[in-house]
Design a protein around this ligand. Structure first.
Ligand code: ZN
Length: 66
């Protein structure tokens, strides 16, 4: 996991999965239950745990965003 990606994204309240649009839960350590992927333009997209399991690879997650 790229740790810098967490400091790039701002966690204010709930975040939504960019693939399924469901709300992503957050742990008390301010980490999301899921992952963050950075696209070619450098934009960070939150992805929930379910979609992370469904797509596995970052490239597949990014293609699912469109
Ligand atoms: Zn999702």
């Amino acid at each position: 996991m790229d740790k810098n990606i967490y400091s790039t994204a701002r966690f204010t309240g709930w975040m939504r999965c960019d693939i399924c649009r469901k709300q992503i839960a957050e742990t008390f350590l301010k980490k999301i239950v899921g992952t963050l992927v950075r696209d070619a333009k450098g934009k960070v997209h939150p992805v929930c745990f379910e979609c992370q399991g469904k797509f596995r690879e970052k490239d597949k997650m990014l293609s699912a965003l469109d």
